[in-house]
Design a protein around this ligand. Structure first.
Ligand SMILES: Nc1ncnc2c1ncn2[C@@H]1O[C@H](COP(=O)(O)OP(=O)(O)OP(=O)(O)O)[C@@H](O)[C@H]1O
Length: 280
């Protein structure tokens, strides 16, 4: 669905924002694109969605170069939820969605009301201006806008940002449902939990290059310390120590308080792979 080969892009001469990206995303895959500020996520997203041209290398979405294909057709095929607000804040959710809906063909267009209900949008706000909505409510309308045309590829930038925990769970369920229908999802995020729970594969981006690309499970296994943290009591004292599983044996002699396996989090793997945190 998405093919990227040797993608290089510079905003200024002699300074590459993207230094040769290679990756492919299969149909129906949820692909995570993770990186700290300034690593090149937005640039990649702009190129993939046809907003930015002038790159070197090859980019194909459904076999077509996004900056050179017929825009009218292309924008029917993709759905976009980007971080910057792209709703008319003086209009209501209903008017925004009616307006955006008019761009889609009858076959693609989804009914607005069931979509908003599914996103648990508070209906008493339906006709109030978006400017009066909370961040979570705006995010629901933005997601409705992204899904309105039943896209083949869904671009999501920090989809759960501004949502409370139950809203985040709902959004993850909805993203999963989309994937089950065969939608390909390109997810840009700092949120390691979203990446871990949702993504089939993730790419770690650092300074314009992909530092690692694999399933969350494989990445974590690769950096697993293969130790178990045991808290036990010895001579009345609480002791905490890491043991290999062999060391531990089955007949651990002490009075065990708790045992924790030492699987790294995706965040720790990111730090090890790129040498940087996700936030700076
Ligand atoms: N319009 C622009 N003109 C010049 N340089 C730019 C422009 N936009 C981005 N850059 C530079 O390109 C590099 C990649 O930026 P990009 O916005 O793609 O990163 P990002 O990973 O999306 O960051 P963030 O998480 O902050 O959105 C950075 O060094 C940035 O300063």
């Amino acid at each position: 669905m998405i093919e990227v080969k040797a993608l290089v892009f510079s905003y200024e001469k002699g300074r590459k924002a993207l230094k040769g990206l290679d990756f492919e995303v299969e149909k129906g895959e949820i692909f995570g694109f993770l990186g700290p500020n300034g690593s090149g996520k937005s640039t990649t997203q702009k190129i993939l969605t046809g907003i930015q041209g002038g790159y070197q290398g090859e980019v194909r979405l459904m076999g077509k170069a996004p900056d050179k294909t017929d825009r009218k057709v292309f924008y029917q095929e993709i759905g976009v939820l980007f971080e910057f607000p792209y709703l008319y804040t003086n209009l209501s959710a209903l008017d925004n969605l009616k307006f955006f809906s008019s761009f889609y063909s009858r076959e693609r267009r989804r009914d607005i009301m069931p979509l908003l209900e599914h996103l648990e949008f508070k209906m008493d706000y339906l006709k109030k201006p978006v400017a009066s909505y909370s961040k979570g409510m705006r995010q629901r309308v933005s997601m409705a806008r992204a899904l309105l045309g039943n896209p083949d590829i869904l671009f999501l930038d920090e989809p759960t940002s501004g949502l409370d925990p139950s809203g985040a769970v709902l959004f993850r369920e909805i993203i999963e449902e989309e994937r089950k229908k065969g939608t390909t999802v390109f997810l840009t995020t700092h949120n390691m939990l979203d990446a871990d729970l949702l993504c089939d594969r993730v790419a770690f981006l650092a300074e314009g290059s992909i530092a690692a690309l694999d399933t969350p499970e494989s990445l974590k296994e690769r950096y697993s310390r293969k130790t178990v943290q045991v808290v036990y009591r010895k001579d009345g004292e609480r002791v905490q120590r890491d043991f290999t599983t062999e060391e531990l044996g089955l007949s651990f002699p002490e009075d065990i308080v708790s045992i924790h396996s030492q699987e790294p989090t995706l965040e720790e793997v990111f730090l090890k792979t790129t040498g940087r945190g996700l936030t700076g």
